[in-house]
Design a protein around this ligand. Structure first.
Ligand SMILES: NC(=O)c1ccc[n+]([C@@H]2O[C@H](COP(=O)([O-])OP(=O)(O)OC[C@H]3O[C@@H](n4cnc5c(N)ncnc54)[C@H](OP(=O)(O)O)[C@@H]3O)[C@@H](O)[C@H]2O)c1
Length: 244
């Protein structure tokens, strides 16, 4: 008798690079079918037979309801949604224009609230599913130069905590992972980066492993929140925006 379970189908928002890409790789290796969303995909990494790339700009909020509906029609069963897309912009509040404040909140928070709004109802009807948000250590404490970024991640964490309670009776697991500094393209164009030594930064796969742990929890248990950080916090400030 074949007792193998059908592959799980996981949607990863922000799948082309960094943490999201590592999550895709790890889940594909574990036998998931993965639908990945980003604005651009390089050939490498998106050619796995169980990977479906979907080109979508999550900052185009007015298009998201319809595009998510298309995804639901193409993939009526989505077992897990991983909300990972995001970007960093740092500086004192006065260094942000009004549109810049709005743009960061829209990508880092509102696009994921829209995704949750779109994908939760089907999960609740099936009485199973996972919604995993990639927060940040910036969701845990406000820090100078992080006013808007921290606000976007605090908002995401508030959403995750509220949904966690709301969804408990519907069989849907809601979780958030809050990493410290991870070595990715996130720091391109920023004036700081994590240190080079292995103990000074997380690797994208460290975060992917936390996500896999969440997805593999037994149905009756939820891993609400995982905080992880490099062994030793070490920030390198770049000169003239170049490499550290
Ligand atoms: N790196 C860190 O130290 C760190 C620490 C804590 C939390 N985080 C969080 O982790 C998440 C991933 O960051 P990362 O370090 O992996 O950054 P990354 O390497 O820059 O990757 C960002 C991902 O988000 C996607 N993305 C960005 N803007 C998008 C848009 N408008 N529409 C669709 N996709 C978009 C990117 O794809 P395209 O550019 O191809 O669209 C890419 O796949 C973010 O939410 C970030 O806040 C990062």
């Amino acid at each position: 008798m074949n007792t193998a379970e059908p592959p799980r189908i996981t949607l990863v928002l922000g799948a082309s690079r960094g943490i999201g890409h590592a999550i895709c790789r790890r889940l594909l290796a574990a036998g998931h079918r993965v639908i990945g969303v980003a604005r651009t995909f390089s050939a490498s990494g998106s050619d796995h037979p169980a990977f479906t790339p979907v080109v979508l700009d999550l900052s185009q909020l007015d298009e998201l309801a319809a595009r998510f509906q298309d995804l639901l029609e193409a993939h009526p069963v989505i077992d897990a949604v991983i909300c990972c897309a995001g970007r960093g912009r740092f500086g004192s509040l006065e260094e942000f224009s009004h549109p810049q404040i709005r743009a960061l909140m829209e990508l880092n928070f509102i696009s994921h609230a829209y995704a949750a709004r779109s994908f939760l109802p089907a999960m609740k009807r099936r009485r199973r599913g996972h919604l995993v948000f990639i927060g940040s250590e910036a969701a845990l404490a406000g820090r100078r130069k992080g006013a808007v970024y921290c606000a976007s991640k605090f908002a995401l964490r508030g959403l995750a905590q509220a949904l966690r309670e709301e969804c408990a009776g519907s069989g849907v697991h809601v979780s958030i992972v809050n990493p410290g500094m991870v070595r990715t393209d996130f720091f391109d164009g920023l004036d700081f980066a994590p240190g080079e030594e292995a103990r000074h930064h997380l690797l994208p796969d460290d975060v992917a492993a936390a996500v896999q742990l969440i997805l593999d929890a037994r149905d009756g248990a939820v891993i609400d929140e995982i905080n992880l950080s490099p062994l030793q916090k070490h920030i390198v400030f770049k000169k003239d925006g170049g490499p550290p």
